[in-house]
Design a protein around this ligand. Structure first.
Ligand code: ADP
Ligand code: MG
Length: 361
């Protein structure tokens, strides 16, 4: 079973830093930006007055090395616009994008080429393969651009195909493969160049639910081996919760909340986020420390926690706790990393969390 409760490593160095990024499309973007920034006019007003579209509004976040950072929001909320700034497919109207310490907007054409060829790779929703090239040639393309010898790039491409479990398919034409397989090729192509950073723009959104689930699991298996810094775009909160270490939620170009899946599910910042969260099962997302009562609170209103109460780590998820509560009559003891008891959870606490979350308690 996949562990969907992996935590971000908060001590890892920063790989991507986005600060105060705005993107306004249209001829008068400069005037529009000025009025948005000084008077705070709305996206609608910008459109009416300047015939400009606010794609991204004052976005700031940072991604740690090795982190999987999801960006989630409805169609048109600015996800693609935001992510395309990271490899400078788009130039910001304002703000700063720093990747591994270098200012992306300041890269000269030569440095930008190297950056795109070596440091960063992108996987697109529509696969973007060359249909009449072989699968192997498609995967080897970024290496060809880099001027790597044919022998070496064919070997690397074959290795990448093996990673995505497509060994043996290298000589087919890309268009002969199913959608799910084509997206594996897209992923292999991104991985062949061994980039430090992966940008994935709704890579699984065009696939049927079952295939999509398979690719999510496959991607998580690969991610846990490779630990690449990843910005993963999706319009599906369920996917974001399964895949992301942290999630940023966008609405109308604005990032309305950034948090771990658990933080998003337990404390949605507003009604927009709460609407997404309503469709999410808490079982795999919420962990013991968010549900427990601190030991002193518990014992002030109850008999002391029995010495033989079953003990669980504060990081175990709700489904594990519910399983345990079914087997045990009494409360569960929650322990920290040093096995010290820090809290207690009763069946009533668990029921309440499943039914309504803890934000109302
Ligand atoms: P998402 O990826 O979340 O579906 P996008 O980033 O594609 O959203 O779009 C955000 C907003 O910016 C939308 O209103 C869209 O119409 C607009 N937009 C995106 N690209 C352009 C463009 N090249 N010119 C004008 N408007 C654009
Ligand atoms: Mg998009």
């Amino acid at each position: 079973m996949l562990d969907v409760t992996r935590s971000p490593d908060s001590s890892a160095p920063t790989a991507i830093e986005i600060s105060g990024v705005w993107k306004i499309f249209g001829g008068s973007w400069n005037e529009a930006l000025n009025e948005v920034q000084t008077k705070g006019i709305s996206k609608k007003e910008v459109l009416e007055k300047y015939n400009c579209v606010v794609g991204v509004a004052d976005a700031s976040f940072s991604v740690k090395r090795g982190e999987i950072f999801c960006v989630m929001g409805l169609s048109g909320s600015g996800k693609s616009t935001l992510v395309r700034h990271i490899n400078r497919l788009l130039e910001p109207s304002a703000g700063k994008i720093v990747v591994d310490g270098s200012d992306v907007v300041g890269l000269d054409p030569e440095a930008l080429r190297t950056f795109r060829n070596e440091k960063i790779a992108m996987v697109f929703q529509n696969f973007a393969l060359m249909p009449h090239r072989s699968v192997l040639d498609n995967v080897a393309m970024p290496l060809e651009i880099r001027g790597i010898s044919k022998n070496q790039r064919m070997r690397k491409a074959a290795e990448a195909l093996e990673l995505v479990e497509l060994t043996g398919w290298g000589n087919k034409f890309a268009h002969e493969l199913s959608g799910g397989m084509q997206q594996r090729v897209g992923l292999a192509r991104a991985l062949a160049a061994n980039p430090e950073i992966l940008l994935m723009d709704e890579p699984f959104s065009a696939l049927d639910p079952l295939i999509r689930r398979q690719l999510q699991e496959e991607f998580m298996r690969l991610a846990s081996i490779m630990r690449k810094t990843t910005v993963f775009i999706t319009h599906d909160l369920d996917e974001a919760v399964r895949i992301g270490d942290r999630i940023a939620i966008m609405r109308d170009g604005v990032i309305v909340q950034i948090g771990t899946p658990e933080e998003i599910v337990m404390q949605p910042a507003d009604d927009y986020v709460a609407d997404f969260v309503a469709g999410i099962s808490r079982l795999k997302v919420v962990r013991a420390h968010a549900v427990m009562k601190p030991l002193t609170d518990y014992e002030s209103g109850n008999p002391p926690l029995p010495a033989d109460a079953p003990e669980f780590d504060e990081d175990v998820n709700l489904s594990v706790l519910i399983d345990a509560a079914i087997k045990s009559d009494g409360p569960l003891a929650i322990v920290d990393g040093d096995r010290k008891r820090i809290g207690a959870i009763t069946r009533a606490d668990l029921l309440k969390t499943v039914v309504e979350g803890t934000e109302t308690s």
